[in-house]
Design a protein around this ligand. Structure first.
Ligand code: ADE
Length: 358
């Protein structure tokens, strides 16, 4: 394979990795929908979905998203609620909002044609070096690295590199090293090979399957018995805990929901009303009265927890049947039929435990 001559400072194990990695990938690769295309739009959608979400969970979303929005133009023109509904359950909704911004940039700056240079791709909103490298190499066969957390784990193990992989400088250095060895004739398979190795052999949780690894004999961390120490990763800050009481208000046939603010956590999505703290039944009755509602039946709902990147919601809930939802003086409430909520209104999966009430 036609790689560049390795730089002296580079770890020799990396250069020797190229051939066995590509061969291994071609034999062992999982067949995944986004690996059967070279359409940059489809690759982009998959890579954004795959950030923070498992392959199996992404598959049905990927198909549905592309059936509904088959082109950059469709994405650029999509109604926000439709877009968020297609993303409902995937979480990290800014990912899809940024995709829409990028799609609009492509319409304006590139006449609707996906940019075909690394710099052009990187200039789009929500696309960093990993995604730009993935698209440039998978769609256009360009020699650009695609280094995410999984690839960092693989590379730092092979080279027994105990730098902190949370540091930008570590990532940048590894990107530079990989860029030198990516072979001219197989950049996509090289990058996909590293991704696949990180997904099915050099796994993020639990013991790596070293006996299946094409880099087994090169791997310095394995030779030095330091697999469990590498990668080195500084701990993220502890999450803030927010207690909430979720209230499923209904009258005969409708449920109260409201739209979240345009900024911040779960911006622009819809939610079930909630109040801070864990309320007793008595406090719920008081609260109902304070917003002008007359409860006729109250049922306690199970506790639930939802973990975001910086905050955890610890929830309890009540189903509160009221005589008439319209009596409330709460301005933000919308009264919607359950069927319509399910089909049209994007409600984040944080509320999943309370959705059977709807
Ligand atoms: N995770 C991120 N990108 C991926 C890809 N292209 N295939 C499988 N898993 C991935």
């Amino acid at each position: 394979m036609d790689s560049q001559i390795p730089n002296k400072k580079m770890h020799p194990g990396l250069y020797e990795l190229v051939e066995p990695l590509i061969h291994w990938y071609r034999v062992h690769r999982r067949s995944l929908p986004w690996r059967e295309t070279r359409d940059p739009y489809r690759i982009w959608v998959s890579e954004i979905m795959l950030q923070q979400t498992r392959v199996e969970a992404v598959k049905p979303y990927y198909e549905r998203f592309l059936n509904n929005l088959p082109s950059v133009k469709d994405l650029a023109e999509a109604e926000e609620d439709k877009l968020l509904k297609l993303w409902e359950g995937l979480g990290y909704y800014n990912r899809v909002r940024n995709m829409q911004k990028a799609a609009r940039q492509i319409m304006v700056d590139y006449e609707g044609k996906f940019p075909d240079t690394y710099e052009g791709i990187l200039s789009l909103t929500g696309i960093g070096s990993y995604t730009a490298g993935a698209i440039a190499s998978f769609a256009y066969g360009q020699r650009k690295p695609a280094v995410d957390g999984n690839v960092l784990r693989v590379i730092t193990r092979i080279t027994a590199d105990d730098s902190d992989i949370m540091k930008q400088s570590t990532k940048k250095r590894i990107e530079n090293e990989l860029e030198r060895i990516i072979p001219e004739d197989a950049p996509g398979d090289f990058n996909q090979g590293l991704i696949e190795l990180g997904a099915i052999v050099c796994v993020p949780n639990g013991e790596p399957r070293c006996e299946e690894c094409p880099a087994c004999n090169l791997c310095e961390a394995r030779k030095q018995g330091r697999i469990s120490e590498i990668p080195v990763k500084t701990k993220a800050k502890e999450r803030r805990i927010e207690k909430k009481t979720i209230l499923v208000f209904s009258d005969n046939d409708r449920i109260a929901i409201s739209k979240r603010p345009d900024k911040g956590l779960l911006a622009g999505l819809y939610e079930l009303p909630g109040v801070p703290g864990h309320l007793s039944r008595k406090a719920v009755i008081e609260y109902c009265k304070s917003i002008g509602l007359m409860p006729v039946k109250i049922k306690k709902l199970p506790d639930a927890k939802h973990i975001f990147s910086h905050v955890e919601w610890h929830m309890t809930g009540y189903a509160v049947q009221v005589d008439e939802l319209e009596k409330t003086n709460e301005k933000g409430f919308l009264f919607i039929h359950p069927e319509e909520i399910r089909s049209k209104y994007p409600i984040p999966s944080a509320y999943e435990a309370y959705m059977p009430q709807i």
